[in-house]
Design a protein around this ligand. Sequence first.
Ligand code: URA
Length: 209
Amino acid sequence: MRNLHLIDHPLVQHKLTLMRRKDASTSTFRTLLNELSSLMAYEVTRDMPLQDIQVETPLETMTGRVIDGKKLVFVSILRAGNGILEGMLSMVPSARVGHIGLYRDPQTLQPVEYYFKMPQDMAERDVIVVDPMLATGNSAIAAISRVKQLNPKSIKFVCLLTCPEGVSALQQAHPEVPIYTAAIDRQLNSHGYILPGLGDAGDRIYGTK
Ligand code: URA
């Protein structure tokens, strides 16, 4: 599928499999998620533009390369998205962070925004929206629509795992947004959970169940 990047690095696959185990403790789950998020940050930033700068080494002057442009923004979809931030920020410590909070209206089942806080100058920044699970796609679609109102230079979406339904919904709504994931599982169940999946990512990160 176009614009879909499956991160099949052996370390990513190994860690994801360990996270799926129902008897993985909260601490193990969180540690693996941090490690996996760092590896995913490495993949998703692969095409970041570079600029040449002059550097003085102890021996001579040379032309080195550093990341060009305004600082990247990671946008976390609350609350599970926050579980990915730490690992990503360990790779890109100077990145800015935005948060978006959405809940599902029990009547309409549509996402309703309750929190939205972004850095300044979004029109000059590249954005990476993060959420561990791309399931129905409703939250990701709403979050990306909202971020688009600020006209960032680019938007990418990163999740740990998804399913055909989630990929197709997000690609239909935002075809130009690349999706990065470590796995595409079999299907959604009738409660909106990914099968075989790893359960409720937020509960597993924060130990709330
Ligand atoms: N959100 C989760 O945390 N898990 C799923 O399987 C689907 C959505």
